[in-house]
Design a protein around this ligand. Structure first.
Ligand code: AVJ
Length: 314
């Protein structure tokens, strides 16, 4: 059978993008490559770690304000979740606001299909759809969505992966997915003490380290490359000036990686930048929402002000 031309073109574009990142003076791998099947499972484990306060704090905030949310959105809405992952949060949200339709958008196709199938079983009368997309591109929704009010859901502080200007661009794209009567429900991690932030990204059990290193295994498959995972270690720290956690992979020794069309040498202690996770102050994020075209919002936080959930409307 001849190769599928679309799949081949996508594979080539992906390979080019990865090679460009690896060959840059400051090498980098985009965080979307964390989420192969193993990486998605490791991330799920991260969300249950004692140090990783984000998921459970967001869940608690949402539970506290569930009634207010249900009242504001009303039943029969269409929920569009960006970066749906395992659809765990969608489950709770759907039980709370009783939407008519749910659209899961994620880059990890296989993981998403499995997750939406679970959602269908749990909510037999819910119209469940899935869209495989990179949030950096324009998100194309199915043409035949029901006409109800739209709620775009972007939980987990995933927005933190984008630098503020890129985050603004993404918020504008999310704004375009909603109608005049639509809304955005978004979770955002807040600035707090360096010790708490750094523990959340370097847990005692080493799950975050395994998650970070796993990206090399994924790149080996995507690029037919030969990263030796034993040559690399997990590094993460809070960059106060940029208000972001940075994750890197650091070479334990001089090492080389090669792929069919090239190679790169790394010196001992040289790093590959794998992720930024921006932390906001409430007022700064509110400013971004306004600039993205959301004129009104409410902001809910926990007692320690560690995390914020914004419900924003045009
Ligand atoms: C999925 C981007 C929200 O930044 O906290 C967790 C990813 N990386 N531990 C985050 C992540 C390391 C996570 N986000």
């Amino acid at each position: 059978m001849p190769p599928d031309p679309t799949a081949t073109a996508t594979a080539t574009a992906t390979a080019r993008e990865i090679v460009a990142g690896l060959c840059a003076a400051q090498a980098s791998i985009a965080p979307k490559y964390f989420y192969d099947t193993a990486g998605s499972a490791l991330f799920e484990q991260i969300t249950q770690l004692p140090e990783y306060y984000l998921t459970r704090t967001e869940r608690a905030i949402m539970a506290t304000h569930a009634d207010a949310l249900a009242l504001r959105i009303g039943p029969g809405a269409t929920v569009i979740e960006a970066g749906a992952g395992n659809c765990e949060k969608a489950r709770t949200l759907c039980a709370t606001i009783r939407p008519r339709c749910f659209v899961g958008v994620d880059i990890a196709a296989a993981f998403l299909q499995q997750a939406v199938a679970g959602l269908r079983r749990e909510f037999p009368s819910l119209d469940v759809r899935s869209v495989v997309a990179d949030l950096l591109d324009e998100i194309v929704l199915p043409a035949d969505l029901p006409s109800g009010r739209r709620l775009v859901f972007y939980p987990g502080s995933s927005i933190g992966n984008f630098a503020p200007e890129a985050a603004l661009g993404l918020l504008q794209r999310l704004r375009r997915l909603t109608d005049a009567d639509g809304a955005l429900l978004i979770g955002v991690d807040l600035v707090k003490s360096k010790a708490i932030l750094e523990a959340a990204y370097d847990d005692a059990a080493g799950v975050t380290a395994a998650f970070n290193l796993n990206v090399l295994r994924h790149i080996n498959r995507l690029l037919t490359a030969d990263f030796d995972l034993a040559h690399w270690r997990h590094r993460s720290f809070f960059n106060e000036e940029q208000s972001r956690i940075e994750m890197h992979l650091e070479a334990r020794c001089a090492t080389q990686v090669s792929w069919p069309t090239g190679c790169r040498n790394f010196r001992r202690a040289e790093r590959i930048h794998t992720e930024n996770s921006y932390k906001y102050r409430v007022a700064d994020f509110a400013g971004l929402l306004r600039r993205a075209g959301f004129g009104r919002h409410v902001c809910w936080t926990d007692a320690q002000q560690w995390f914020a959930v914004f419900l924003a409307e045009p």
